[in-house]
Design a protein around this ligand. Structure first.
Ligand code: FAD
Ligand code: NAD
Length: 479
């Protein structure tokens, strides 16, 4: 028998590594097991987010956005660049360097905080026991008073489009293209489809997105989702809604995809195809046979509001449990379970988890849409303000989009903030904080915002809830 720990965390993604660091900070003897290996066979901490998710995708989004600015927008600002070109290999090398720095940074944080890194595959093998098989195949068993499973998620595959090396790929493959594909197909107009579709669209691919649903971004307020759809189409992304993919055939270096929409059966040929139709919890091999941790019908580990499984002392967090598959949600759950294990009171507010799609402009939201509120029978009042009327947006060459606040008609309490616009992902924190503190729209309306900032659009949207936006034709007279 090897060491005994207070806490063993399985998985070092944003859920697991945060749970481990917080546990150690709280004085608990903590280990974190991780099986992800880099190309050299060394452990790579950070999970999907750092290795093949949030961070590499944002590195490519930033590079491709700067490319478009230099190519199409600088002239407007009086800047001459001559011909602008993109060196895809260099862009990828920069992305890889950022990933390496960050994953190495987590290993450093483990050392600094006294977390024992156990490199290998972890498995809950019994009451308060974790078995770890290291990269050489050697196995050791560790005792732990508490176990946190943070095993994450993997892409969903669909039968019509089986993965085909270099041709039909998932999000990880789409972060590795060595050159810009001429004709790029994307299945799924969700977060990954729009972000990675944007990257390659900006770099010159003809991008066609096939989305099975008839609606576009149903989780975003209707008016703003419509606007985002229009803006992405204007950038050249051909987003086909109600398009159900029925099959694919690889012909040499091309993929022929068949799909059905309202007009019947269709066929379209691509040089590369990205399948991004969602992710599923990854729990394979994490729980040994005979250990009775309950999974739901979709394979998520069943947990209560405090991320406890049905087995005492075993917790589960992040993408492998219910709730949005987001890095910050996983991390907050990591903090919460560490606090609970250490004997502190902790809880999470799932109503105020923000979401951001890092397209240009960004799409960000927290809380209800106007429709969500109506569906729940809540009477609402709303205030919107377009960036076209915001001075900083004009100066920034970023006048697309708007901010919209949804407030309870009776109490004025903010129920949601939805933004399409440059830096929407930064601005959304205002809505999160306001909602966390139970603010009213009037609280934001009475707050002094710095000028000139994009955030003033949120201020004006709050003023607009009562029809009193300053830089817009007013609908109501002030009483
Ligand atoms: P993961 O990050 O998946 O980590 C789980 C870890 O557990 C992995 O390292 C895995 O190797 C390890 N593991 C699994 N089983 C075992 C085992 N038996 N033993 C040892 N280790 C094991 N979210 C955002 O919030 N913002 C974004 O901008 C964003 N962008 C994304 C872009 C892409 C392309 C993708 C694919 C995802 C993106 N996400 C984003 C989602 C985000 O990556 C996930 O929500 C987040 O990583 C979940 O964290 P986690 O810790 O639950 O799981
Ligand atoms: P998603 O759930 O966001 O979108 C999948 C889309 O595919 C949906 O619109 C769905 O209707 C569509 N779809 C499903 N089956 C289909 C089919 N057979 N044919 C055509 N369309 C189909 O999933 P995703 O984009 O794969 O992302 C996975 C997860 O990763 C998300 O839950 C997201 O939270 C997370 N993520 C977050 C970020 C971010 O926060 N910026 C970025 C990337 C990924």
């Amino acid at each position: 028998m090897a060491d005994k720990f207070d806490v063993i965390v399985i998985g070092a993604g944003p859920g697991g590594y945060v749970a481990a660091i917080r546990s150690a900070q709280l004085g608990l003897k903590t280990a974190c097991v991780e099986k992800w290996q880099d190309t050299k066979g060394n452990v790579a901490h950070g999970g999907t987010c750092l290795n093949v998710g949030c961070i590499p995708s944002k590195a490519l989004l930033e590079a491709s956005h700067k490319f478009i600015e230099a190519k199409d927008d600088f002239d407007d600002l009086g800047i001459s660049t001559g011909d602008v070109s993109m060196d895809v290999k260099k862009m990828m090398a920069r992305k890889d360097k950022i990933v390496k720095n960050l994953t190495g940074g987590i290993s450093g944080l483990f050392k600094a905080n006294g977390v024992t890194a156990l490199d290998g595959t972890g498995k809950v093998v019994g009451d308060k026991q974790v078995e770890v098989t290291d990269f050489d195949g050697k196995t050791a068993t560790y005792d732990a008073d508490s176990i946190v499973v943070a095993a994450g998620s993997v892409p969903v595959e669909i039968p019509p489009t089986p993965m085909t090396e270099g041709l039909i790929v998932d999000s990880t493959g789409a972060l590795e293209f060595e050159e810009t594909p001429k004709r790029l197909g994307v299945i799924g107009a969700g977060v990954i489809g729009l972000e990675l579709g944007s990257v390659w669209n900006r770099l010159g691919s003809e991008v066609t997105v096939l989305e099975a649903m008839d609606s576009f971004l149903p989780m975003v307020d209707g008016a703003l989702a419509k606007d985002a759809h229009k803006l992405l189409k204007k950038q050249g992304m051909d987003i086909k809604l109600g398009a159900k993919v029925t099959g694919s055939e690889v012909k040499g270096k091309e993929v022929v995809v068949t799909y059905e929409d309202a007009d019947g059966k269709k066929e379209i040929t691509f040089d590369k195809l990205i399948v991004c139709v969602g992710r599923r919890p990854y729990t394979k091999g994490v729980i040994a046979d005979g250990v009775d941790v309950e999974l739901d019908q979709r394979g998520f580990i069943t947990v209560d509001d405090e991320c406890r499984t049905n087995v005492p002392g075993v917790y589960a967090i992040g993408d492998c449990v219910r709730g949005p598959m987001l890095a910050h949600k996983a991390s907050e759950e990591g903090v919460m379970v560490a606090d609970i294990i250490a004997g502190h009171k902790a809880e999470m507010n799932y109503e105020t988890i923000p979401s951001v799609i890092y397209t240009f402009p960004e799409v960000a939201w927290v809380g209800m849409t106007e429709q969500d509120a109506k569906d729940k029978g809540i009477e609402v009042k709303t205030g919107s303000f377009p960036f076209a009327a915001n001075g900083r947006a004009m100066a920034n060459n970023a006048t697309d989009g708007s901010a919209k606040i949804i407030a309870d008609a009776e109490t004025d309490r903010i129920l949601g903030l939805h933004i399409v616009g440059q830096h929407a992902g930064e601005m959304i924190a205002q809505g999160v904080i306001a909602m966390e503190f139970g603010s009213s729209a009037e609280d934001l309306a009475l707050t002094c915002y710095a000028h000139p900032t994009m955030s003033e659009a949120v201020h004006e949207a709050a003023l607009a809830v009562e029809g009193h936006a300053i830089h817009m034709a007013n609908r109501k007279k002030r009483k």
